[in-house]
Design a protein around this ligand. Structure first.
Ligand code: SF4
Ligand code: MG
Length: 321
């Protein structure tokens, strides 16, 4: 759970109540080595905050993060440094995450040195650099190693960002919309690269996206977030082919489908996501839900099983609905 305090303004300064944005509420998810887990939701659903919590760029308001069953302790300390090496983040905008005045060599060398993987001699370092570039298919490496970010395409920059993350020899990559700023024609190449790395290096990948169709293609498991909560999750095929939660159904119906004429597409315009300062009680989706019942605005729905390893947090699946 993560609540961000809202800065007070004007007359609010005098009041004692502290308002907060309840960005992430009671989210439980599990990543596995050698598997991609997608976290799907609209912008503002809290999915990036979940990644930042896992990377410990934000500290949680409550709850725990565990690696191999062992609790991760807050910033600082040896254990935390070991954790932050094993869990690396990849951001949406590779241009913003690379320093424009430094070359690829600088970025990768720095990552290797921080994580003690630069070797002893200049030759060791050169080999490690070339190895990283080869892993992300920037070959031949000598063509890329001395380039500046602006001399690379968006896809190449994102590959450098991935290489830098690999410099830590991580177990998990947290990829926050890693292809959404890239040209449509090169997105698949970057996703395929991530999938290939996941298999070869047995990485656990958290793939954050607003595009549920790409989750089906790319992820083993898919979780759907709405207004700070996980509303559905399970095997990607099952979640995307047999969505149980009304919100997931809405997401799928409103996603563009190349096999369906545009006129048939529902507009998905049954309202906007709610404010997270004062979210609706009970099921946060109830003001937009075509199936809402009385209990929905009273009580938060727990996770109900809707298939093998597939759950939905929705009262439609409660026993005594
Ligand atoms: Fe709709 Fe109720 Fe299910 Fe929420 S719990 S999605 S309001 S039916
Ligand atoms: Mg985001």
């Amino acid at each position: 759970t993560k609540h961000f305090p809202v800065r007070k303004r004007g007359r609010e300064l005098l009041s004692k109540t502290v308002r907060s944005v309840r960005a992430v509420e009671d989210v439980t998810l599990r990543l596995h080595r050698g598997r991609v887990t997608a976290l799907v939701g609209e912008s503002g659903s809290g999915k990036s905050s979940v990644a930042r919590l896992l990377a410990q760029l934000h500290l949680q308001t409550s709850g725990t993060i565990k690696l191999h069953g062992e609790e991760v302790h807050a910033k600082g300390g040896r254990k935390f440094r070991a954790y932050s090496k094993r869990v690396q983040m990849i951001f949406q905008d590779p241009f913003a995450s690379l320093n424009p005045v430094h070359t690829v060599r600088y970025h990768l060398t720095r990552a290797l040195k921080i994580h003690g993987r630069a070797g002893k001699t200049p030759q060791d370092l050169e080999e490690a650099l070339y190895d990283l570039l080869t892993r992300v298919q920037l070959t031949p490496p000598e063509r890329y190693v001395d380039k500046f970010p602006h001399e690379l395409s968006g896809g190449q920059r994102q590959r450098v960002a991935i290489a830098r993350a690999l410099g830590a020899d991580p177990e998990a990559l947290l990829a926050d919309e890693p292809v959404s700023m890239l040209d449509v024609s090169i997105r698949l190449g970057v996703l395929n690269l991530l999938r290939d790395l996941k298999d070869r290096l047995r990485l656990a990948i958290l793939y954050i996206t607003h595009d549920i169709a790409s989750a089906r293609y790319f992820a083993d498991e898919t979780y759907v977030m709405y207004a700070g909560r996980v509303v559905e999750g399970g095997d990607s095929e099952s979640v995307t082919q047999h969505p149980a939660h009304p919100y997931t159904q809405l997401l799928i119906d409103s996603a563009p489908d190349p096999d369906r004429p545009a006129a048939e597409e529902k507009d998905g315009g049954t309202g906007e996501p709610p404010s997270l300062i004062d979210p609706p009680p009970g099921c946060r989706f109830h003001p937009r839900c075509p199936h809402a019942m009385k209990i929905c605005s009273d009580q938060v729905p727990p996770r109900f099983d809707v298939g093998e390893g597939h759950f939905a947090a929705c009262w439609l699946y409660g026993e005594d609905r």
